[in-house]
Ligand binder design. Structure first.
Ligand SMILES: [Zn+2]
Length: 214
């Protein structure tokens, strides 16, 4: 399932870009439903959780209104919302992707999609080098994967401004080596520091602006 050709990004014909888009994250990594287990089963949207500040129990419409209110930017510098393909419901190794892949050359700055703080910095087999960010209202977790590297000095607990550089696009984990991209996922926060297992929400309709630094 991996592209067999390797070329500079700038030389990729449109057709090949389409192939890369369709095969990015080809083995699937939906990392958050299952890891790091053990832990309680993921809460559904309708199941209240211990976290008082998070919106579990909200109807999907309310959930979407909450996410819309965040005014998310595309979390890759210079990428406009219209350039992001909606691969949220795409199949990835027998499960749904539950995330979007934002294609960009290796080393492109990854920006905080929203303000908030770093909840967890973690490396895992599928996602590679990853960041879990909490929004300032402790409602959502933003997951950034396949990073080439973190921004220097990045630390858990650090506060973030929207648009702040947090890392750089890469292919760590199971990303095809010739298709660098950011795997970006939004989940409900389950509270109590549980960065994993939250109900995923499609961010694609809620990107309001291109990725740009403050
Ligand atoms: Zn992905």
């Amino acid at each position: 399932m991996r592209p067999t050709r390797s070329r500079p990004w700038s030389g990729l014909p449109v057709l090949l870009v389409g192939v890369l888009l369709s095969t990015a994250c080809a083995r699937g990594h939906a990392p958050l439903r299952t890891e790091p287990s053990p832990g309680p089963a993921p809460d559904s949207i309708g199941t209240p959780s211990p976290a008082s500040a998070q919106p579990s129990g909200a109807r999907p419409g309310t959930l979407h209104a909450l996410l819309a209110a965040k005014g998310l930017i595309v979390p890759v510098e210079g990428v406009a919302p219209a350039r992001v393909r909606d691969s949220y419901t795409a199949s990835r190794g027998g499960r749904t992707h539950d995330a979007v892949d934002i294609m960009a050359p290796r080393g492109t700055p990854v920006l905080a999609a929203d303000s908030g703080s770093i909840l967890k910095l973690r490396r895992n087999d599928a996602g590679g080098l990853t960041i879990y960010q909490l929004d300032h209202a402790s409602q959502f977790v933003y997951y950034y994967a396949h990073l080439d590297r973190y921004q220097e000095g990045l630390a858990e607990g650090q506060r973030l401004r929207q648009g702040q550089v947090i890392g750089y696009v890469g292919t760590t984990g199971n990303a095809p080596k010739d298709a660098p991209h950011l795997h970006f996922q939004v989940m409900l926060y389950r509270g109590n520091g549980q960065y994993w297992g939250g109900e995923p929400v499609n961010p694609h309709p809620f990107f309001t602006r291109p990725g740009r630094r403050p």
